[in-house]
Design a protein around this ligand. Structure first.
Ligand code: HAM
Length: 423
């Protein structure tokens, strides 16, 4: 097999060691924080009909135009999900969740696929954790969702998140704003980049978030100054609620998001440790999507957080000592000691403590080194003489730690006393 075959595909990666721990921590934090706010887990397939994403995300978006992994195993065109919202809405309708009373709060996590140019924080297979709250237009819910995202980062020890906020109006006021924007952009077109020129006709709002042309577009009319009364009231209520809870944010007229389903509130979380791809999460309200996909009018709001970008921030900030210490390392000497140690460790694990041992017939010294490498809190030592006496040596591995001989029938008690609670 060639060396190339043994490399993972460009834009994908393996997660192990410290990185694997950070990855797991991000998913565990999502389960913990989102369930605290009343969200239930949903898992949807990684591929769906292409049309679902084309209709849901929007034909004129970068994702649908050029980033989807689409394949046609039969007459039907399928696509690897580039994001989670469209699939969750499909499931919401398929399982008639809209017919159940009240708001549905759902969270998800898993791989997403976009054929983007790989760079730091931008992959072709990446992971998101996200939430969708379907069935309410209450602006307090928008504020709660934004605050919950911040609670997620905080629970991982990520500080320095900046929240950008904007309102891009609804189907009543946005057409008028689009025209206002077009008029203002027209004279600038010769000075704007190629992609802004092509977006002028197809997706004028995206001209606002072009990083190359930011200098030239910064004084364009803002969407939040062109809202209908209903959207304006909604935006004011979101801001008031965030102010009341002390949630910091900056209003940013250039924030329009890259997916077409948004209405009213849009937001993005950024972090300076990430470099050019500084969005560590983002979302907003999408009151028209359920209807667009064939369901009843259903207001909804949600966000998704990029797990790889969370991992970059965690590493940059040395957020946590991600490797959980091993509680017990067993050193069995000789054949009989080795076999008996395997039995003792089975009891240690059954009692809820983590344990490992040597399987390579190494010397006592080498096994002790292995225990140190694994940051074991305690070692158990069992050789021929201990077996004869019916005892095991329990050694506390911290500097100056004690060593004691404990009868087999009492060693679990001793371990429980020595392992600090909370690990
Ligand atoms: P999005 O802004 O496209 O929104 O993606 C959310 C987050 O996923 C981004 O802020 C970023 O952290 C991460 N992300 C996106 N693309 C990549 C990539 N190629 N490599 C690494 N990370 C990436 C959505 O996906 C919406 N579905 C969010 C949402 C949920 N809106 C409402 N509900």
């Amino acid at each position: 097999m060639s060396n190339e075959t043994l490399r993972c595909i460009e834009g994908t990666r393996d997660y192990f060691g410290e990185d694997g721990n950070r990855y797991e921590k991000a998913f565990a934090a999502a389960a913990n924080i989102f369930s605290r706010y009343g969200y239930e887990k949903i898992s949807t397939p990684v591929f769906e009909k292409t049309e679902l994403f084309a209709r849901g995300i929007g034909e004129a978006t970068d994702i649908v135009e050029k980033e989807m992994y689409t394949f046609k195993p039969s007459s039907e065109s399928l696509t690897l999900r580039p994001e989670g919202t469209a699939g969750v809405v499909r499931a919401y309708l398929q399982h008639s969740m809209h017919k159940q009373a009240g708001l549905q709060k759902l969270w998800y996590g898993g791989p997403m696929f976009r054929r983007e140019r790989p760079q730091k924080g931008r992959q072709r297979q990446f992971h998101q954790v996200g939430i969708e709250a379907l069935g309410s237009s209450d602006p307090l819910l928008d504020a709660e969702v934004i605050t919950m995202g911040l609670a997620f980062y905080a629970s991982l020890g990520i500080t320095g998140i900046k929240t950008r906020l904007n309102s891009i109006g609804c189907k009543e006021c946005r057409p008028g704003y689009r025209e206002t924007l077009k008029e203002a952009v027209k004279p600038l077109l010769p000075t704007l980049c190629k992609s802004c020129n092509s977006r002028y006709e197809r997706n004028i709002l995206r001209v606002l978030d072009c990083k190359h042309c930011a200098d030239k577009t910064k004084d364009l009319p803002a969407s939040y100054d062109n809202l209908c009364d209903c959207c304006n009231d909604h935006f004011e209520a979101v801001k008031q609620s965030m102010d009341a809870s002390g949630t910091q944010y900056v209003i940013d007229a250039s924030l329009v998001r890259g997916l077409d389903y948004y209405t009213q509130t849009v937001f993005e979380y950024t972090h300076s440790a990430l470099g050019a791809q500084d969005a560590i999460g983002g979302g907003g309200r999408y009151d028209g999507l359920v209807e667009e996909l064939g369901g009843p009018v259903t207001p909804a709001v949600g966000f998704a957080i990029g797990v790889e970008r969370v991992m970059i921030a965690m590493e940059a900030l040395s957020c946590c000592n991600c490797t959980a210490p091993l509680m017990v390392y067993g050193i069995g000497l000789g054949d009989a000691g080795h076999r008996a140690m395997a039995g003792l460790l089975a009891r240690v694990r059954a009692a809820g403590m983590s344990a490992d041992m040597d399987y390579e017939g190494r010397s006592m010294k080498a096994q002790m080194r292995a225990a140190n490498r694994k940051n074991a809190l305690l070692t158990l030592i069992l050789g021929e003489s201990e077996l004869e006496k019916g005892i095991v040596v329990v050694k506390d591995m911290k500097e100056g730690g004690s060593q004691q001989e404990v009868p087999f029938d009492q060693f679990l008690e001793t371990l429980r006393k020595l392992v600090p609670s909370g690990i």
